[in-house]
Each structure stands twice: as structure tokens, then as C-alpha cells.
Design a protein around this ligand. Sequence first.
Ligand code: GLC
Length: 624
Amino acid sequence: MQPLVRRGWLFHLLVAALFLASCGSDGEPTEERARLSRFDAQVKVLLERMTLGEKLGQMTQAEIDKLVSLEEISELSLGSLLNGGDADPKEGNSVEAWARMYDEAQRAALASRLGIPLLYGVDAVHGHSNVVGAVIFPHNIGLGCTRNAALVEEIAHVTAKEMRATGVHWTFAPVLAVARDERWGRTYESFSENPQLVAELASAAVRGFQRGGLAHPEAVLATAKHFLADGGTQFGTSTPPLMLIDQGDARIDEGELRAIHLLPYRQAVAAGVGSIMASYSSWNGTKIHAHHDLLTGVLKNELGFEGFVISDYLAIDQLHPDYKEAVRRAITAGVDMGMVAHRYREFISVLQELVWEGSVPVQRIDDAVRRILRVKFAMGLMDRDARLWSNAALQRAVGSPEHRALARRAVRESLVLLKNENRALPLRKDLRRLHLAGVHADNLGYQCGGWTIAWRGGSGRITEGTTILEAVRALVSPATTVTYSFDGSGADGADAVVAVIGERPYAEYIGDRADLSVEPRQVELIRTLARRGTPLVVVLVTGRPLILGEVLELADAVLVVWLPGTEGQGVADVLFGDAAPVGKLSFSWPRSMAQIPINVDDPVYDPLFPFGFGLSYEEGVARR
Ligand code: GLC
């Protein structure tokens, strides 16, 4: 394959000129990314003291619940730990338990010969979403519909504060995927199908997570993921049997790769993102984790990324049946840290062999460790001061009314009104009787979606929050009777019905679907309710556009709320007119499966609802 980038002296002269141009009047680099290499003098002193084993330990991220004992952290000089989506503290899932777990692990790291602190990461992808009691914000597909970068930045900042309360200071977020095919189970993690919108909102998230600079006690390290073109894979090209499109092959030319999928990374790197996660997927048949031209040539050399690249979870294993060869390919390509979960000893062992036999140059190891240590110095971890530990003063703020108010506002701004006939919305608060139907009306787990408390999310009261039904009951007048049934029974006599339907939680390839039609059982519920003749409002709880079919005709109004998170009040606010619907679709809404993939830049474009569509109450005419 032709090298993606060819760099002569002129290229380097240009880069140097651009760098000098980016410096402020005092010669100080003005961009966060330039400041990371500012720590190289301190890094060099430490690097020269490190043994090969200690360097390889720093390149290793283990999963805490896979450790045999915490002593292994100091024994191996591990550089990082993570809690995957299903790894809770042994003593239970509370803010305090997370804080104790984190502090205990960090203390173990300080007991190593050089006492290099851990980087500790989680998937805080819509709030500190592993932790019971944390505020769960709308998933990115909803935030994309707000078009509000300042709001996205504030959400990331609040998420960072709730994280630092537990000590955890690294989130594997934001997702920079430009999802191009809604059949992908990770569509809801993407802000949009439009690269400019993704770039704008993802950079805002990076700024919010890292607000005040990486050394700020309330900032966390952000991760732009998954580099590159994770959202551009072709349906049917995934290899493992469970997957249909996730981790598949992006069969696109370099022009599309750069214009659609690379653009958000340019802005995230410029915003100073400190880490980047490689994608499980492939580009024209080559796994990204083994793609030197992309990971090193483009990301590190062309974009000038000075932080470190982390692999995805056990993604290295997919590169070759022989683990040692798989590790060689990943590290040589430009992966700096392996997210190797339980394989931490094996990873260190084979990498040691690779260096000893000369298959992996020690310069590559030093480059990887330098990048990791730059971030640790930039975050102030090496100062081993109060910033190293969980912050009890912030624990009161976790799940606070102020944080929940921000989430409620985000919910309101993310909702998109697709239809509103016969003035069905806004509903009156003084109706004599209102009936809510559908299991999604009273299920906190369903409205939070995947990556909430558990990897795949859950059902029912998985954390603290307000369901849509609870929010409606709190908002209507005392004289109004609100009844509920999951199957629509008992709706007779109600002045209006709100049917809440949609998808059940999923994550990653679990959510890959060949058919996005509304479930037949839910269509039947809407048919039954529509026959009653009173106003029928359909609320969609979904991680992506669905094929609506007759649901659109049968409903007087259709409001899509995406995966709103714990603050169901935001939905009630729009249902009853306390907040007008302002959301604009961040994805094209297809008429049928035959149209998918469908994107706003397609040469022929005829969606049911176009990218950017969203009604106000007054515009109540649905497009046919
Ligand atoms: C997962 C995801 C990635 C996540 C990582 C750690 O497989 O692909 O987005 O950050 O593992 O949970």
C-alpha cells in the first residue's frame, strides 16, 4: 500500500513554521498539545532511571478486577488500570466504594521502586456512568441534536468533577465516531453523521473534560476514540460471528477517510486531547491497531499528536493468533499502551522478548513511555500531592440538584419533534385524566441505555433518577389523574394517551441490527391506542432513527427523546410546554431499511426526515 504520507525537508520546515506561528508572543506554545512535549526534560530524567521491565509496565493497562492482588501493581510497575463496563468495586457500587478502590490501587502504585502513579480510566461516556448515584446525561446522539457546544462542554466538565470525587481521572471519551450506518450498535455514542458537527461537539467535550488544563484538580484526561473510521465500516464486513457491522472494515478511499473521519481528530488534537484510543475496525482490510501509516504517520507525525495511543479492550489479540506477533504488530504500528485486561503478565513478557530479540526497537519503547509519562507529568500526578487522590469535597456534588438540573436542560434541548398534528402537543397540565402506556414510560434503565452502571445497561431502577412517568406525575395539576400500563390496558376514559416505546439497552456489537423497524408488539400497541380516537402522543426512547412505518400515521404527535439518561423531567417539560422542542436531527431519518446507509451528503437524498429536521409546536405538519 502506498505510504499515506511522504515527508521531505520541506514538510518538516512547514511543520516548524506552523509550530512557531502557534506560539504566543512570549514564545510559549499556545496550544495544549504543544505543552505536552514541554515535560520532556523531566521525562528524560525519569526514563533514564527506568529498567526495561518498568518501562513495559508503564505501557500496560490491566483491569482491576482481573488482578490477582494489588501488590502486582507495584511488582510490575503497572502504568494504568481500568474498570471496564461491568467491573464494580468489590465492596459494592457507591461513590465512596469507588473512591476507596481507586485510592487503594494508587497507594499500591506508589509502593513500586520509582513510585510512578497510575493513570486510572473508565468509560464515563454520559456522566460518570459506571457509578450508582452519578448523573447520567443524554447519550451523544441526543447531544448532537442540541447543536450546543457550550452545553456539551459543561456536561463534560461536570462529569469530570463527579469522576474526581471518586479519584478516577481518565475517561475513555468522547467518541469521535462519524456514524454513517444506523445499523451499527454504537450509533448512539456518535454525535452525528456529519463530521463538522462531530468535530465541534467532540472538541467541546475535550475542553470540558480537560478544563483548566490537565493539572487542574477537577480536570480529567480525555480520550478521543476510536481512531480511525470506527463509524465508517461496511455492513456485513465484521468478522466475529456476533457482529454485523461493529469492528468491521471501512471500505473507503483516502479522500473520504480524511474528509469524513479524520476531520474531528484534527480538532480534538488541536484542543489538546491527551490520549487517543485505536479502533478495533479496519481500513480496506488492514486492522487499525496494526496500521503504522495511520497511527504513526498520520496521527503522530502529520497531526502532531503528542499524547499516547491506547489500544481498545483486548483488541491487540485480534491482530494475530500468535500473541507475541500480535503485540509486535500493535506496538510497532504506534500503540503506546495496551488495554490488556487480564493478559498483563503475558503482554509484558512477550514485549520483553520482542525487545531482547530486536523485533521491537528500544527507541519505540522509549517513545511510548515518553508519551505516557508526558501525560502523567502534565496531570500533576508526579507531584504526588492531593490531586493524586479521590476528592471527598467533591463527593457531595455527585448527583447534586445542580448537576441534575444541567442534565434536565440537556434532555430538553436534545428532544426532536417529528410530528405534531391537531395541536396534540403541548399537553394541558390540567387534563382530567392522562394515560401513559409502554414499558419505556417507567423504566430508568431503558431511558439511560447502554454504558450505564453495566456495560450493556439494564432495566428498572439501576440508579437514582426520574422516569418519564414519575416526571409527568410531578408536573401535572393535583386534579389530574395519571394512570399507567405497560400494555395500554386501562386507557379507556383518558383524555389523552402518551405511548412511550423504543429500544431496549445494548452496547457495541450487541446493538448491531439488520432491521430497525419498530417492534411489531409496539406497533400493535399504537394501533390499539389509536383506535380510541383521543390524542395519541408517541415518545421514542431509542439510540438511533427507527423505521416508523404506520406508527407515524397513527400518532398525532411523535417526539424522539433518544436515550435521555436519569433526568426524565426534561421529557415532561417538553410534553407539557414548559420548554419548547428545539432539537434538530443529527442523523438522517430513513423511510425504510432499503435507504440505509443514508447520509446528508449522499448524491441522492430522500429521507423521511432530513438531517437538521425538527419541528416547533406551531409547525405541526408532518412530512410525508
Ligand atoms: C470497549 C469499547 C471502548 C471502551 C473499552 C473499555 O470494548 O470499544 O469504547 O472504552 O472497551 O471499556
